[in-house]
Ligand binder design. Structure first.
Ligand code: FRU
Length: 495
């Protein structure tokens, strides 16, 4: 694989020379240059958090997939690592697709990924030939491919994205499949030795008949319940749900090894934004369940693809939990607060009727807002934050809508890129807490400590990027408001 990796590094270096940083993230993981999609192989290995990702090093478009790699001792400061895997064997001829990584008893990192081939050798027209492969590494940097561990049934078109975990002396692997009847399924395999895998059962089939494939499934315990997260291909928009070409959701249920999964909730979105796909989780050494999602799109052109030589980034790492209704909560891990370099505290105050309050004329490109509002003492029919606000009036609007009882992220006036708005349900509590992470090309909104989240690209126009708090037709009783400056996650200059 050495030769292929050297070539790929040269490819990224070429892209990097031309990288335009106007929307390049400061505190979100992205490739040095080129295209990235799904988070892969998330784990803690050799004293560092390892994050791999689907990567096309040669352009800002999706193409033959490699595994890119970054690592961190603390999930605050990150180091670029060499590209970890490139297509190099017959089974992964057309792509080293998504997968996961676990640590063996012998202290090796063992990665499982999908070896991808086009059936006709060129494109998807006649479908895919996909198998689950294994690769091992002593240092997390250099991998030895061990070949196929799970062959695909000859006639299945989609068969990919292995997620592996261990319980007791057994290893478990789930991945997504499209059944012969064109239904989206999650298949479960088990192994005692990490090499030989046996089919256990189809652990989940999406009740939505439109869903023909479930990409990047993940399955993990939260308290005494189990969550299955997955990305259905094919669902049709339904109100506020499934608006994106790519949506990620979850169901919660009961499960024990050797048994069926008993689903106890309906499907819900994990995140309500324009961009949240292919999430993967891992268990940190302290037991937290941490997830990364991908901001990108295979269907809607992304503004950075035109001339910026990079595309795709991850969310901040989010800790997952379940509330009393078995709803998933996801909230930035506490380490993210260490990225704050300075804070302006606006305290508590009342924003008048139809008032604009300028919080900053220029947030320096990376900032965070923590806003708390007493809704019972407020009368505005809608209020919120205009972020990425430029001199020409362009902005992205993050707003609480009292009439709808929802929180929106509206890109109608955003400087560049796709428009449209997304909307998350609000849980009705009197105290509204919004935490908004604003990077150079994205906005992440966390509502009431992560009961719901909204994640979208936001590509501002030229010039300084301001933030304005505004009220519409009524007052806003702010009980607390802070603006933080955020520093870079990269340990050395980001080039
Ligand atoms: C999801 C996905 C996966 C696949 C990978 C290829 O975003 O389509 O199913 O393994 O991306 O890059």
């Amino acid at each position: 694989m050495k030769e292929q990796l050297e070539r790929a590094e040269k490819g990224v270096a070429e892209q990097l020379k031309a990288r335009n940083d106007r929307w390049y993230p400061t505190f979100h993981i992205a490739g040095k240059a080129g295209w990235i999609n799904d988070p892969n192989g998330l784990c803690y290995f050799r004293g560092r958090y390892q994050v791999y990702f689907q990567h096309h090093p040669y352009s800002a478009e999706w193409g033959p997939m490699h595994w890119g790699h970054v690592s961190s001792a603390d999930m605050v400061t990150w180091r670029r690592e060499p590209i970890a895997m490139a297509p190099s064997i017959e089974a992964d001829r057309d792509g080293v697709f998504s997968g996961s990584a676990v640590v063996s008893d012998q202290g090796q990192l063992v990665a499982y990924y999908t070896g991808h081939r086009w059936r006709n050798g060129v494109n998807e027209d006649e479908g895919n030939l996909q198998v689950q492969c294994m690769a091992t590494s002593d240092d997390g940097i250099t991998f030895d491919k061990k070949g196929v561990v799970v062959e695909g049934p000859p006639d299945l078109l989609h068969f990919r994205d292995p997620k592996v975990w261990r319980m007791g002396d057994t290893w478990y692997m789930v991945f997504g499949a499209c059944s012969a009847e064109n239904r989206g399924q999650v298949w479960l395999y088990t192994s005692k030795d990490m090499n030989n895998w046996e089919f256990d059962r189809i652990i989940f089939e999406d009740p939505d008949p439109h869903a023909y494939m479930l990409e990047c499934p993940d399955m993990f315990p939260l308290g005494d319940k189990w969550a299955i997260t997955y990305c259905p291909m094919g669902p049709v928009p339904d109100g506020y749900v499934a608006r994106n070409g790519h949506n990620a959701g979850y169901v919660v249920g009961n499960w024990k090894p050797g048994e069926v999964f008993e689903q106890i909730t309906d499907y819900r979105l994990i995140d309500w934004g324009h961009q949240f796909y292919a999430p993967q989780s891992f268990e940190a050494p302290d037991g937290r369940r941490i997830e990364y999602g991908w901001l990108g799109s295979f269907t809607v052109p992304i503004a950075t693809q035109e001339a910026d030589h990079w595309c795709g980034q991850f969310t901040v790492p989010r800790e997952l939990g379940l509330d009393g209704n078995n709803h998933l909560r996801s909230y930035p891990i506490k380490e993210v607060e260490q990225l704050r370099t300075g804070t302006v505290d606006f305290g508590s105050f009342e924003l008048g009727v139809n008032e604009d309050k300028l919080l900053t004329e220029d947030d320096g490109g990376a900032s965070e807002i923590e806003l708390e509002v007493d809704l019972a003492a407020s009368s505005a029919e809608r209020f919120g934050l205009r972020v990425h606000a430029t001199q020409d009036g362009g902005h992205t609007y993050v707003a609480y809508d009292d009439q709808a009882g929802r929180v929106d992220l509206d890109r109608r006036l955003t400087g560049n890129g796709d428009r449209g708005y997304r909307s998350a349900p609000y849980d009705g509590s009197d105290k509204l807490k919004l935490r908004v992470l604003i990077d150079r090309g994205s906005v992440e909104v966390f509502i009431n400590d992560g009961t719901e989240t909204i994640t979208s690209f936001s590509f501002p126009g030229e010039g300084p990027r301001g933030i304005v708090l505004c009220s519409e037709s009524g007052t806003v009783q702010v009980t607390s408001l802070k603006l933080h400056s955020i520093k870079t996650i990269w340990e050395s200059p980001d080039r």
